[in-house]
Design a protein around this ligand. Structure first.
Ligand code: NAD
Length: 308
């Protein structure tokens, strides 16, 4: 299959590497000059669960791509998605399938501005990845990737894409309710990521604070109101129990927003997490003051650190 990875950062590189090794024709698309140059000069080096490998996969800036593709994985950060979709329009045919596994809320609406709904496939993943240096990433875990069609007539196409990921060792699985999984994942990122970033602590330290459960309950109560707008039921007590349990399992690990904001001074996806819920509150008439103040605090930290 001819596959493009639009946004070949940490996770995009990991997926591109595995799909390439499975025999697909893969093209990496990215806007970070050092990364594109390193990949084209030295190959893409991936540490996959402790095993290092290098593959010669071509990398391009969006405007330099000449090909069209059967499948495009979008793997930008949330705030880069619209620009990337605009920049790759010339690489899409009327049948190109787009797979979106980004964290956060509201991506389906962004995609629908650029892509026919029949070609949009939404999902979530628990694979993890990080960039060690331009051209070098680590990719860890066992998955899975959950995927679902948006257009009810496209279930068979979603199953084919799941199969393609399964063959590449990415543990693709069909989901009957990806909207629920998306909200569930947003609950993780909208609590652990933002609270560890504001408090500058790891997940174990967060879980040991006396007010952890209270903070999570306030946030998840508001997320449940947002989810309800999309027809998703989030049980607040069950979700908070799940999050507290997750904290215990993950242990002394800094979540990705902490790594981005505090460690690397990069912008965050908060507008697509707590910020998205606060915005939904304004549009749909429910109160979300905790999500609003959390969004403001994260943006204030970005300002203090001079992050654009
Ligand atoms: P990333 O930050 O690694 O890459 C996103 C874009 O930023 C890429 O175009 C990349 O080239 C660019 N970039 C990265 N570092 C840069 C630097 N120092 N200078 C300039 N540009 C740079 O993003 P990611 O972690 O792959 O995440 C992509 C999406 O997947 C996000 O929505 C994220 O929340 C989600 N996600 C990530 C993980 C993970 O473990 N990384 C897991 C699940 C979901």
């Amino acid at each position: 299959m001819k596959i493009a990875i639009a946004g070949s950062g940490a996770l995009g590189s990991g997926f591109g590497f595995k799909l390439f090794q499975a025999g697909n024709e893969v093209t990496l698309i990215d806007t970070w000059p050092d990364h594109v140059e390193a990949i084209n000069t030295n190959g893409l080096e991936v540490d996959f669960n402790g095993e290092k490998g290098t593959e010669k996969i071509p990398a391009f800036f969006p405007q330099d791509v000449k090909d069209t593709f059967d499948v495009v994985f979008v793997f930008t950060k949330s705030m880069q998605l619209a620009n990337m979709l605009e920049a790759i329009q010339h690489t899409l045919t009327e049948d190109t399938k787009i797979i979106c596994l980004l964290n956060g809320l509201g991506h389906k609406q962004t995609l629908a501005k650029y892509i026919p709904v029949k070609n949009i496939f939404m999902g979530t993943t628990v694979w993890t990845a990080g960039i060690d240096a331009p051209g070098k990433v680590h990719f860890m875990g066992q998955g899975p990737v959950e995927l679902q069609n948006i257009d009810p007539n496209e279930k068979a196409a979603a199953e084919e894409l799941v199969e393609m990921m399964a063959k590449a060792g990415l543990n693709g699985q069909y989901s009957d309710n990806v909207v629920f999984s998306t909200w569930r994942k947003a609950c993780v990122n909208g609590t652990l990521n933002v609270l560890c970033s504001i408090l500058d602590c790891d997940i174990e330290e967060l879980s040991k604070t006396e007010t952890c459960r209270n903070m999570m309950t306030s946030i998840i109560t508001e997320f449940s109101l947002g989810a309800k707008v999309e027809g998703v039921t989030l049980d607040v007590t069950e979700t908070v129990d799940y999050l507290m349990d997750l904290c215990g399992k993950v242990g002394p690990h800094y979540p990705s927003m902490h790594q981005d904001l505090i460690q690397n001074h990069r912008p965050t996806e908060v507008d697509y997490l707590n910020g998205a819920v606060a915005k939904m509150g304004k549009e749909h008439g429910f109160d979300a003051p905790t999500c609003q103040i959390i969004t403001d605090l994260i943006h204030a930290k970005e300002d203090l650190l001079g992050i654009k």
